[in-house]
Design a protein around this ligand. Structure first.
Ligand code: ATP
Ligand code: MG
Length: 728
């Protein structure tokens, strides 16, 4: 069989890895050096050149998206069908094995998968049955503890006895949750892996079967595997399978979720005769981008030795934009994208990356306003997030008590002891009398269908909402929003979720307050209009957020890709914007306090920079309203860690203020030119009349200015030719 096409388009080192004789191999190499490409070609090589059946191969990647892409690329290289080839994530593969071997795994055939939400509900039920005080022992913390035990392979029964009350309580919850899951045939995410591992461990015949079947196991993004994934891999390989692991220690970014970079070391030590292959040529990025990335990551200690070079063009300098605030930053991003599209670029060649999901809202709004289609990956759009929907539901109820969807959503969120039985009674009454749930609740209490505790808790809820509405009457929209989030207990409730998640939810709630504040200043239509019935600002805000959650995302066609830096791993784009490069945000407040945390943030920045193929923009804002407060943050140290000669600062300044006025007197002027005008300067043009200078671009002869004319709108003009008169 002719296999030259599989080796074509590979360099020497890549070819060596792809065509190596069967054996264990570790490919450690920097970003964009073709690791994923090697994995794909290796699979094709094994099938076509070594005659391995696709059935005998197992390929593991990090996300479902990556798995789908990998399968596609493999199939493109093959002359035979690859349908029997297993490609998937660790969870996906474990799930598949359990479906096939439910009996061996001790599961009912129709076992049910619990998603994170279901799992949480179940743990809550367990705690209630055990009479454990949720306020003292938050449910989310218990869920977190259970998952962590499972990720480390620990069953409840195997936990040591402890004097520590925290441990004792969590052990009781875990035990009880475990038996409930077993009785009900329920399997949570962490259980998929653990159950699969135990099943293989406990069944010699089964293990032998799979060891024999999977003669080759290939793993991408190996640096981000956790303990149980590594154990699973080792068990399955069993010294007979050949494992090829590819990864980059400099891109390990999931330490906070239990990933162990030590697995790279362990792999070399614990697997037999591991051939280590290094790839050093980068094919993705320009020389400038690569040099910057190398310089940045050079600030981390204890790395595996590595050098990365490219034959590609030097490329443009990295563009750095210092924005006045986050709105200005977002507008800059949107303008650059619009400009690039105007110049013939395609939206999906561009990615906007950010550290925290809460940053996306302002960026989204700027893109929407500029009519640029975008798509958000790995994370809900702002107004679709659970905590935001909860807060909006409370707001809606203060405005309209009969909004049933909102009622359903928050009547027991945060949990206030309104049980399913009580709710069902209310629902029935509401159906029978064709009244809202709110009305039905009141009648049920009044007429005695609800009694005792049930009546009390529902009455409490009614009082809570009435109280919010009454107390909120004299508050401005953002004050009301802030108050409702607090008074409803949502801030506390979401804030108690463990780790990054709880933090993110809190930040998002605070961000909603910012959105409300900003909304007041940005109403497109006046609230009181002669032709329109007056709408309250609150109603407008609620409608707008519902719209924003719905249609505005252009699903099909070319769209700008927006995502967190974490979800950008493995991807590449011609143009990349890394936003929010500020101390406290990136590196993130918490992570920068420890050396390990800081290094992980730096790796995350390295991941971000190395996503860019041709053009890289870095932005930071002097003032950012995030988490509900205005932050004055210094530019991120990561900017300083880049060689200055690779970075060019963009001197365009557009003053955007959150107060109603569009322009402020200029603080930072762009470089003075003989004919320069200042931003904010009032000018007159012969044809367009009077206007205000918004921004300027270019230098000397080629200076252009954008002017907002009262009558003619926004125009770009060549300064040397426009003959502008400056007004006082
Ligand atoms: P990351 O660390 O970001 O996951 P990677 O090491 O997996 O990166 P790939 O995504 O496999 O790198 O490759 C980066 C880019 O370089 C891809 O566009 C790939 O097609 C291209 N590439 C890799 N090797 C070669 C080669 N020998 N010739 C031409 N292009 C190549
Ligand atoms: Mg890759």
């Amino acid at each position: 069989m002719d296999v030259t096409h599989i080796l074509a388009g590979l360099n020497e080192a890549q070819r060596e890895a792809v065509a190596a004789p069967p054996g264990n191999a570790l490919v450690v190499a920097g970003a964009g050096s073709g690791k994923t490409r090697v994995l794909v070609h290796r699979i094709a090589w094994l099938i076509e050149a070594e005659g391995v059946s696709p059935y005998g191969l197992l390929a593991v990647t990090f996300t479902n998206k990556a798995a789908a892409e990998m399968r596609q690329r493999i199939e493109a290289l093959l002359s035979v069908s690859a349908s029997s080839l297993w490609v998937g994530t660790f969870h996906g593969i474990a799930h598949r094995l359990l479906r096939m071997h439910w009996q061996e795994a001790g599961l009912p055939q129709n076992f049910q998968i619990l998603d994170a939400d279901d799992q949480q509900r179940l743990v809550k039920r367990v705690m209630r049955a055990l009479d454990i005080d949720e306020h003292r022992w938050p449910v989310r913390q218990a869920v977190w503890a259970i998952n962590q035990h499972k990720d480390e392979g620990r069953r409840a029964a195997a936990l040591p006895d402890s004097d520590d009350l925290f441990q004792v309580i969590h052990k009781r919850i875990y035990e009880s949750y475990e038996s409930l899951c077993n009785e009900g045939g329920l399997v949570d995410f962490a259980e998929l892996l653990l159950r699969c591992l135990e099943c293989l461990r406990g069944d010699e015949a089964l293990l032998a079967h799979y060891r024999q079947r999977f003669g080759h196991i290939l793993v991408d993004e190996f640096q981000d595997t956790n303990g149980i994934q590594y154990d699973w891999l080792k068990l399955l390989a069993g010294g007979t399978s050949h494992v090829m692991a590819v990864g980059d220690d400099d891109q390990s970014i999931y330490g906070w979720r239990g990933a162990r970079i030590e697995n790279v070391r362990a792999f070399i030590d614990e697997f037999e005769d591991v051939a280590t292959i290094r790839l050093e040529q980068n094919y993705r990025s320009t020389g400038t981008i690569l040099d910057a990335a190398n310089a940045l990551i050079g600030h981390n200690a204890g790395r595996l030795p590595k050098s990365l070079w490219t034959e590609g063009a030097v490329g443009d300098p990295i563009a750095l934009y210092s924005a006045d605030n986050d709105l200005d930053e977002a507008r800059f991003v949107a303008e650059r994208i619009a400009g690039a599209i105007e110049d013939g670029g395609s939206a999906d060649e561009m990615a906007v990356l950010y550290r925290s999901n809460a940053q996306s809202r302002v960026l989204e709004e700027a893109l929407m306003r500029a009519d640029i289609p975008y798509r958000i990956y790995g994370g809900f759009r702002f107004f679709e997030r659970a905590e935001i929907k909860n807060a909006l539901s409370y707001l809606r109820l203060t405005h309209d008590r009969h909004a049933d969807v909102a009622f359903e959503r928050v009547v027991n969120t945060p949990p206030r002891g309104i049980g399913e039985k009580t709710l069902e009674a209310v629902r029935q009454l509401s159906r029978a009398r064709a009244v809202s749930l709110w009305q039905a609740s009141k009648e049920a209490i009044h007429e005695g269908q609800l009694r005792g505790r049930a009546a009390n808790v529902v009455a409490e809820f009614i009082k809570l909402i009435d109280g919010m509405a009454e107390g909120g009457q004299d508050l401005s929209l953002h004050e009301l929003t802030e108050w409702v989030i607090e008074a409803s207990g949502l801030m506390d409730y979401h804030g108690r979720e463990p780790g990054e998640r709880g933090l993110a939810r809190k930040e998002n709630l605070q961000e909603l307050v910012s959105a409300a504040r900003q909304f007041s200043g940005e109403l497109v239509f006046p609230l009181q209009d002669a032709d329109q019935p007056a709408m309250s600002e609150l109603a407008e805000f609620l409608d707008q957020s519902a719209l924003d959650a719905g249609d505005r995302e252009s699903g099909a066609g070319s769209a700008v890709q927006m995502m967190t830096l974490h979800s950008a791993k493995g991807l590449e784009f011609p143009t990349v914007f890394i936003t929010g490069l500020e101390e406290g945000l990136f590196p993130h407040r918490q992570s920068r306090e420890t050396e390990n945390g800081l290094e992980e943030e730096r790796r995350l920045c390295y991941v971000g920079i190395t996503r860019a193929m041709r053009t890289l923009y870095l932005t930071h804002a002097e003032v950012r309203r995030l988490h509900g407060v205005e932050n004055h943050n210094r530019p991120s140290r990561f900017i300083r860690e880049l060689p200055p000669n690779l970075v060019s600062e963009i001197r365009v300044r557009r003053m955007v203020d959150r107060s109603s006025s569009l322009l402020n007197p200029v603080r930072g002027l762009f470089a003075p030119e003989p004919s320069a005008v200042n931003i904010g300067q009032r000018v007159a043009h012969q044809k367009f009349g009077e206007g205000v200078v918004l921004q300027s671009d270019g230098q000397g002869e080629r200076t252009r200015v954008q002017v907002h004319f009262a009558a003619a709108g926004e125009k770009w003009l060549m300064l040397s030719a426009a003959n502008l008169q400056t007004l006082d």
